[in-house]
Structures are given as C-alpha cells and as structure tokens.
Ligand binder design. Structure first.
Ligand code: HPA
Length: 282
C-alpha cells in the first residue's frame, strides 16, 4: 500500500545538491552488489537518510545511498541498497525511490538481486536474466492505490528490448547468462524443501525476497524494466542446498565482478546502435 509519496521533495533535494542534466538509466543494487556503483565519473552521492521516503534499512551489505554519475558514457543513477517487504511488511516500500527516479526523467530501471536456484543446472555463481516472475507472496504494492491506476499490465513486464540488450552485452563479454523465471517469497525465513519443489513445479527457476514489487511499481510508473540475478546458492534441498544469509552475501560479493562487467557493457551498448543488427525476426 502506497503511504505518503515524497518523491517531489526528493527531486527538489537532489536538484539542490547539484544534479544537472538527464539520467538515462537507474540501477537498483541488491545485497552484496553495492560495489557496482564504484568508479562513477563526477559522482553525486546522497545518503538515503537525506531523502524522505527512501529506506533507512538495517540489512547488512546495503550502503543506503543514491549515487548519480557517468559510467561508460551513460548518465546513470545507482540505488545502493533497497528495502525489502520482510523489513516492514510494506510491499510499496520502494515506491518513493522509484517514483523519484521517474520524476527525474529516468526511463530505464535495472533491478539486481541475489537468488537461490531451484535448478541443478543453474549453479551458485551464475548470472541470470529474469524474463518473468511469479508473485507467490501475493502482496501487491498497488493495493489501495485507488481509481484505475492499479490495473497495470504485466505483459512484457521485463522489457523485451532490454532483454535483448542484456543478451547482447553478455555475448560481447563472453558472460554465460541464464534466462529465468523468478518467484517472490516474503522472507525473511528461507524456504522449505517442499516449497522449493512446489516452486519448481509451478515454473520457477529462481527464488528470492525482492524485485517483484519493484517491477510492479516500475510498470505502474511506465518505467522499462530489466532485471539481473546473481545466483548465490542452491535453494533449500536442491543439490543439498542449505542457504544462510552469510552465504548469500559472500557469494553475491564474489559474483559482483561479473555482474559489474555485464552492467557496464549494457550501459555502453546503446539500443539504437546495435538493435538494427540484432533484432530477432518477428
Ligand atoms: N531463497 C530466498 N532468497 C534468496 C535465496 C534463497 O535461497 N538466496 C538469495 N536470496
């Protein structure tokens, strides 16, 4: 449920702190992936604590900063850390940050996360492109948003052009990139082995505790969404999987190098430059 949206105030603060010009894309960084925001040119760094409605979470591995700058010739905003449904029970917890990006003119948002794999052939350390999701949690960030605004289409929720752009970036960098359906569990407890068998039966490849409500919010705002997952572990019971928060954080940190390379290449490959040659036949 969307509480008070403070995006207008956030936009004002960000502009007062010196933001100039357009931002082409935003990237939301999941647990252990914060270092992707390193090495931006001319960074403007604003702690979430200075932005009303941004999360000031307690989850380790999350810096809680908005970092805006230039990377690979692209103006980009990184959200270094997110809040999760399980921290507050509020599925709309990321509404203000995403709406702030929207109001700053951002059109593309790339969501990153860490996940557990339901598939023996998607091993820990792999990267996956999320192609679709299952909202198994059942919560929805647009509940109570009133009027007709909540009836947001989830057709092509993961933007087909961005999917192609990521696949292209993966081929340029020689990165193995799985394609996966992601199932949202509320957390914070991990899943049981029976739940993971169910997830697999229902068509999930990966499970995790984030991203899905952000996709719904982003689509509501008209943002184009891409999502990448760092597979940190086998989900409970898959090849003996026995996930812990420590393991997921450590593995995300290790895998962040390949994720970083992929995101940087993605930012470098502008759509109009490559799409004419790589657009699939339809
Ligand atoms: N389950 C849920 N969330 C996760 C997992 C998992 O196994 N790994 C990383 N995030």
């Amino acid at each position: 449920m969307i509480a008070i949206n403070q995006a207008e105030s956030c936009v004002e603060i960000i502009r007062e702190r010196g933001l100039r010009g357009e931002i082409e894309a935003a990237v939301v960084l999941g647990t252990g992936l914060g270092s992707l925001a390193d090495a931006l040119e001319d960074p403007l760094v604003i702690p979430y604590a200075d932005l009303p409605g941004f999360p000031v979470g307690s989850i380790s591995g999350h810096a809680g900063r908005l970092v805006i700058g230039t990377q690979e010739g692209t103006r980009v905003a990184y959200l270094q850390g997110r809040s999760h449904y399980y921290e507050s029970g509020d599925p709309a917890t990321m509404f203000t940050p995403l709406d702030t990006l929207h109001k700053l003119g951002v059109q593309i948002v790339v969501l990153t996360n860490s996940s557990g794999s339901c598939r023996a052939d998607i091993a820990p350390g792999s990267l996956a492109l999320i192609t679709d999701h299952i909202n198994f949690n059942g919560q929805n960030p647009l509940l109570g948003s009133g009027g007709d605004h909540g009836f947001v289409s989830m057709v092509d929720a993961y933007d087909p052009r961005l999917l192609r752009r990521f696949k292209h970036a993966a081929s340029l960098t020689g990165t193995a990139l799985h394609e996966a359906v992601y199932m949202w569990f509320s957390g914070p407890s991990f899943e049981t082995a029976a739940e993971i068998r169910m997830a697999r039966t229902l068509g999930a490849d990966l499970v995790g505790m984030s991203t899905v409500p952000e996709v719904i919010i982003a689509r509501r705002l008209g943002l184009r969404v891409g999502a990448l997952s760092m597979v940190t572990n086998y989900a409970t019971g898959v090849k003996g999987g026995h996930p812990t928060h420590g393991e997921t954080k450590d593995m995300a940190l290790k895998g962040s190098i390949s994720l970083k390379r992929l995101v940087r290449t993605f930012l470098r490959t502008k759509e109009d430059v490559w799409s004419a040659t790589t657009r699939p036949q339809s």
